[in-house]
Design a protein around this ligand. Structure first.
Ligand SMILES: *Cc1c(COP(=O)(O)O)cnc(C)c1O
Length: 395
């Protein structure tokens, strides 16, 4: 055993195996779609974030190919040196129009948007008031800032008010951060109440709409649009990686915010711009959504159908109100078994266990898309019924 064997890492991996949380990655052997080839088997895919079926959409592919021919494969530099192409600017203009905001800045991903925006906005002497179930990238963004962080109980408005009162006289900027849609339960943040409290106590609001972009609001304009809160949410983060079907993240808000991030959003300054074909495909996705609400309507129609089907069968789907519908099993090993048996029956639905969700909150998480047909969903429901009875989850 020598120093180069990295034995301390092998030991940690062994610990994961002892805890039963070691896993191998599933392999997608076809495009992401309603039916995909996964680990050698053609199955109904209920685990992607490809909400609108745009990841393999002919118009996006065509836009990407044309941009590839016109602009090449790479942007050649970070945006702030000379990687800022016409196509990036066009995408940002289009997104700003779509979101009804003054300006938008695109990052390489939703993750880097949070990692860049939060530290650029708050600093020492400021405080972040954060929902306890916020996404890992928000948590990392908070850590990278030098602001103090206080957490409130998930979507608990009394607790939020208690926390705000506790900190309100001790800090300069007070920033309330929440996911727009929470990824494990599929519940929607109580944005109207959060904004009310923020305005009452002089706090700013920051919503991460990763699972709401392309999903909530008119044609997927996000949670501020869903609740008609235009102009009252200070910072909106969106992703281009989930419903938009490609990759990237963005921040939408006031022009001065975007100008500041041009100078202080570190991933924007120090990491190369998205390839032009990516920007072109994202732009085409926003064009499609701007033209009609057909895809989002279909998504919600399917979401209601699958959710009702699962509820009618007797499954516990928690407090889901979006296309994310968990099937909560309680024990970790039941969730793992449910997922495994569903796969054998032709349905891919990933199990999610502690510590990603609380102990006794293990689940199989389903995410339906606009691309699924009713036949797909009926077939999936039949598999759920069969396996659910086998495992005594339903009668
Ligand atoms: C997925 C997700 C992100 C990351 O988005 P990417 O574009 O995939 O990096 C950020 N925030 C939340 C809440 C998410 O669910």
């Amino acid at each position: 055993m020598g120093i180069h064997d990295l034995d301390f890492i092998t030991q940690r991996i062994d610990e994961l195996k002892e805890q039963g949380v070691y896993r191998k990655l599933a392999v997608l052997e076809s495009p992401s779609g309603p039916r995909s080839v996964i680990n050698g088997k053609s199955v109904i895919n209920l685990s992607s974030n490809n909400y609108l079926g745009l990841a393999n959409h002919p118009r996006l592919k065509k836009a990407a190919m044309e941009a590839l021919e016109k602009w090449g494969v790479g942007a050649g530099a970070v945006r702030t040196i000379i990687g800022n192409m016409t196509i990036h600017e066009e995408l940002e203009r289009k997104l700003a129009e779509f979101k009804h905001v003054e300006a938008v800045l695109v990052f390489q991903s939703g993750f880097t948007a949070n990692a860049g925006v939060i530290p650029a906005v708050v600093d020492k002497g400021d405080v972040i008031i954060s929902d306890e179930l916020n996404h890992a990238s928000i948590i990392d963004g908070c850590r990278l800032s030098r602001a103090d962080v206080v957490r409130y109980k998930h979507s608990d408005m009394e607790d939020l008010e208690r926390v705000i009162k506790e900190v309100k006289d001790k800090y300069n900027t007070k920033l309330i951060i929440t996911d727009g849609v929470f990824s494990m339960d599929g519940d929607i943040a109580k944005l109207p109440e959060i904004v009310e409290l923020a305005e009452k106590y002089g706090c700013l609001t920051y919503v991460d709409d990763a699972h709401a972009s392309g999903v909530l609001g008119r044609s997927g304009r996000g949670s501020a649009d869903h609740f008609d809160l235009h102009g009252r949410v200070d910072i909106q983060i969106g992703t281009l990686s989930k419903a938009i079907g490609v990759v990237g993240g963005y921040v939408a808000g006031r022009r001065n915010l975007i100008e500041w991030l041009n100078h202080r959003g570190r991933p924007f300054l120090f990491s190369t711009a998205a390839p032009p074909a990516i920007a072109a495909a994202c732009l085409e996705a926003i064009n499609i959504l701007s033209e009609s609400s057909e895809l989002t309507d279909k998504l919600w129609d399917n979401a209601r159908y699958l959710k009702k089907g699962l509820n009618d069968l007797g499954f516990n789907t928690g407090k889901s109100e979006t296309p994310i519908t968990p099937v909560i099993t309680g024990e970790d090993r039941t969730a793992i078994e449910l997922s495994k048996r569903l796969f054998e029956e032709g349905v891919f639905a990933q199990s999610i266990v502690y510590p990603t969700v609380p102990k006794d909150g293990a689940r199989v998480r389903t995410i339906v898309t606009a691309a699924h047909t009713k036949e797909d969903l009926d077939e999936a429901l039949r598999a759920f019924e069969k396996v659910g009875k086998e495992l005594n989850l339903i009668k």
